[in-house]
Design a protein around this ligand. Structure first.
Ligand code: GLY
Length: 368
């Protein structure tokens, strides 16, 4: 690919922004920037949305992911509130249907220590505005008839938790941007970025550098692999591998998220019931491991016993984009911005991240 192919020829330097990484974070950010009139080039090392955004379960679930008051908690709750309008706007702009379900989450405790932990967490979450209510065993049995209730110690329902199919979001973003000034440079790894006073140069495997007025680094677990000159060293990034399973099941088998400890279950509208997820520090190892698949299947069967009678239809892995925290905003320059470290919550945090970067870049450089 000739690098000039990545540039909108009519766009002046002051209108051009590079987004490095075409996952849900990079694509959402590109969409918001393009809506403001920027000419955006999205660089992806393979194909857009092909990594964590493809693998992710798509839980929009502060109830399962947030416990303490922290910047992540604030961002997660803000992004959760943004999701209904984000999905509606994206559906309108793209003409695509997005599988988004405001289904809530049932959290189960089968041991005393699980129950104590659940109650402790619910009390802390209440302070943050995350509501949940206890559900008695007969109600669990009545409303979730497939859930194992023998030796159930307690359960809570989180009405604010939801799910989205992240693959639908990615497809819709790509479609929505086809009518805007966005170029997606696929299979085009970025090697180097040079942040200067009046521009940012992005050099790819395709050849010499291209100049932009600003760049956003949103390459997930790969972010810190990119050499960046002209600013202090970047926060590290690393992959945290997760295995997931999919069981093709009759619709309405699992009408809410169901969680127990580190295990979660949810069902897409197309019937695919997902069970996740392992948490593994093994670098970029792409192998699907039969022992981990068996362990996840056993954990899923301990919640929905009928799954013990079947084998998963699919199993896959993804790399959560981990860092020492969430990095969203300018990095020692008014032209260079980070958008990584979303770890377990990248799908949830996409609307918030994109809006924050649109506003930050607009206030640093003005809109075209
Ligand atoms: N957000 C769930 C996970 O990372 O497994």
């Amino acid at each position: 690919i000739h690098p000039a192919a990545h540039l909108d020829p009519a766009a002046h330097l002051q209108q051009r922004v590079a987004v490095i990484g075409g996952g849900i974070i990079g694509l959402s950010t590109a969409w918001r920037l393009a809506q403001c009139g920027f000419a955006v080039t999205v660089y992806d090392r393979s194909s857009p949305g092909g990594e964590a955004s493809w693998a992710g379960a798509g839980m929009l679930a502060p109830g399962g992911e947030v416990e303490d008051d922290s910047p992540l908690a604030t961002a997660a709750l803000a992004s959760r509130r943004m999701y209904p309008e984000f999905v509606a706007e994206l559906e309108r702009a793209s003409g695509c249907t997005i599988d988004y379900q405001e289904c809530g989450a049932l959290e189960l405790a089968y041991t005393d220590s699980e129950w104590q932990e659940l109650e402790h967490r619910a009390a802390a979450q209440k302070q943050l505005g995350i509501s949940s209510k206890p559900i008695e065993q007969p109600s669990v049995h009545a409303f979730w008839p497939r859930v194992r209730t023998d030796s159930l110690k307690g359960a809570r329902f989180y009405p604010g938790d939801a799910i989205v199919n992240p693959r639908d979001v990615v497809s819709a973003l790509v479609k929505a941007m086809s009518g805007l000034r966005v170029t997606i440079a696929e299979r085009c790894p970025v090697l180097e970025v040079a942040v200067n006073e009046s521009s940012v140069e992005v050099r790819t495997v395709a050849g010499s550098g291209m100049a932009y007025c600003a760049a956003v680094l949103a390459a997930g677990a790969w972010s810190a692999e990119i050499r960046v000159a002209g600013v202090p060293a970047l926060p590290f990034s690393e992959p945290v591998k997760g295995h997931l399973l999919g069981y093709l099941q009759p619709e309405q088998t699992c009408t809410t998220i169901i969680r127990r400890g580190r295990t979660y279950l949810l069902q897409r509208s197309n019937g695919m019931l997902l069970a996740g997820a392992s948490v593994e520090m093994v670098g970029f190892d792409r192998q699907v491991k039969p022992d981990i698949v068996a362990e996840l299947a056993s954990d899923a069967g301990a919640i929905l016993p009928h799954l013990n009678e079947t084998t998963p239809t699919e199993s896959w892995i993804g790399f959560r984009p981990s860092s020492d925290g969430l990095h969203v905003g300018p990095w020692h320059s008014e032209r260079f911005f980070l958008a990584y470290g979303h770890y377990r919550n990248g799908i949830l945090l996409a609307p918030w991240t994109a809006a924050l970067l649109r506003d930050a870049i607009g206030s640093s450089l003005g809109t075209p």
